[in-house]
Each structure stands twice: as structure tokens, then as C-alpha cells.
Design a protein around this ligand. Sequence first.
Ligand code: NAP
Length: 295
Amino acid sequence: MTAKIIDGKSVSQEIKNEAKFLTEKLKAEHGVTPGLAFILVGNNPASEVYVKNKTKACESLGFYSITERMPENVSEQEVLDNVDKFNLDERVHGILVQMPLPKHINEYKVIEQIDPGKDVDALHPFNIGLYTESKSWDEIVEKRLLLPCTPYGMMVLLEKYGIEVSGKRAVVVGRSNLGGKPTAGLLLSKNATVTMAHSKTEDLAAVCREADILVAVIGRPKFITKDYIKPGAAVLDVGINRTEAGLVGDVDFEAAKEIAGWITPVPGGVGAMTISMLMKNTYLAATRTTNEKTS
Ligand code: NAP
């Protein structure tokens, strides 16, 4: 068997096209331009690239965007003050503090300072609570909740490729707040039977082989070999690992695609969805000021 390749790049483009169309409508009918503010602390080259790419996406969709750059040695209070400034700025519907922050700044404190309605990364405990307390995916969609971008992107990929989730066994390897935990929560809302695995899980390969949907969000190059995969399973690879051979995922893609039913490549799979879902969240946050319905 050779797996169907899940093309995150093309689905991502679809999401952006839709967001662009809806943004034009929002501007014409309500005079509202979705706005996204970035707070970038220090000179981390990866963070610079991420913010640049997100800014470009804003431009291509016709969003307003603004970046507040702060030096590495900025005080925690100054970062909090900037968050407050954007909380009050009516042009700004979404605030993104690019992580990681320097060690002397408490990331939780900064996230909690963001107005939950503008928390387009969906990392604020209030937003985590809202989607966690929801009884179903339909309720999440109906309430137009902000969802963490990468896990949200995975749910969209599963939908677009018609991969059944309800009643299926899902195993998520990795339990970070940004990756594994919200992914497990969203799969649960779609009625999967979810197992969360991590570095202390015994006989991980056997646990993974039970999965109809296997999500790897670990940060270890090619860690998931074909021995971890149930024939026909959907394998979603969140890992982004820079190696001498280039960018690779957490899954040994070449071997895994011979046994999986569906698989995301790296790059061009899950990672390609993240910025689009950020744009979608920002649009969603902007529509809350007008009650505009969204798809
Ligand atoms: P993280 O915070 O370091 O978490 C890694 C998780 O993997 C932890 O829960 C850890 O378990 C688990 N783990 C580590 N070694 C393991 C092992 N040998 N067996 C089983 N589990 C193991 O990393 P993260 O932020 O979630 O990111 C993970 C990967 O996803 C990275 O490559 C990152 O770049 C990528 N990522 C991509 C996107 C995107 O595409 N936009 C977004 C987020 C993350 P313990 O908890 O027990 O330590």
C-alpha cells in the first residue's frame, strides 16, 4: 500500500483564498479590516522568519498588521505594557507574542495579559477552557472559538481528506501545551478515542500501532518508524527538525508511506497550515466586532 499524501500546502492556500474573499466582504459591508499585531522580543533568527512570513500573509490577505520590536533585555513589564497597548487598539483584532521569549520573562504571564478575544494563538487559559468545555466539534464551530493554529490546521486536513475521526482510535505522541495537548482535545471533540503518549509511555510502538490516526508532535527526526504504524492509518507529522539532510519530520516518511493510508509530508504538510489558521483566527476575531457569520 502507498499512502495518500495529504497536501497541506494546497489546503492552506484554499483557506487563505477563502479568508481573502471573506475579508473583502467584511471591509465592504462593515468597514472592518482584520488587524494583527506582533510582539517580537530579541533577535532570534527563527522568530524573525516566522514574523516575516506571518506579516507577508497579512499583506496578501489585505489585513492590517503592525510589529512591535523589543530588545532582548527588555523588562517583563514593558512587554506587558505593549500587550496592553494592543489590547486597547481598535485596529488590532489579534495579538501574537512570538515565542520563545527571553528566560527572564514569564511566558504564561504575558499570554494571560492578552485580551482573550484577541488571543489568536489560542494559548490564553480562558480560550483553552472554552474549547475544552465544549461538548463537540460542532459546538466549537458554532461558537466560533479561537483554536490553537497547528492543531486546528490538523482538524481541517482530516476534514478535507474525508478521514473519519468519530469512534476511531487516535494516538497523539507528545503532550506540549502548544502541540500534543490541544490536538488530543480537538480529536476528542470529534469523538475519537484518544490516547496521549509521551517520553514515559511504555511500549510506545505497540500503543501507536493501535492508532487509526497517529499524530507525532515530538521534535525528534524520523522517530516514528513503520513499526509504529497500523496499516492504513492516517499519520500526521507535526515535527519540524533541521538536520544536515534538510528539514525532516518526526516520522520516517519514506518508510511510513508504504504502510500508512494517509500521511503528511514535511515540509508541505501540517506545518503549511499554521499561518493560514492564524489568518482564519484573526478574521474570526475581527468578525466578532460585527457579528459577521463565517464558514
Ligand atoms: P516539546 O515541548 O519539546 O514537546 C515534545 C513532546 O514529545 C513532549 O511531550 C515529550 O514527552 C515528547 N517526547 C520527547 N521524546 C519522546 C520519546 N522518546 N518518546 C515519546 N515522547 C517523547 O515540543 P513541541 O513544542 O510540542 O514541538 C514538537 C515538534 O513539533 C517540534 O519539532 C516542533 O518544531 C514541531 N512543531 C511544529 C509546529 C508547526 O508546524 N507550526 C507547531 C508546533 C510544534 P515528555 O512530556 O514526557 O517530555
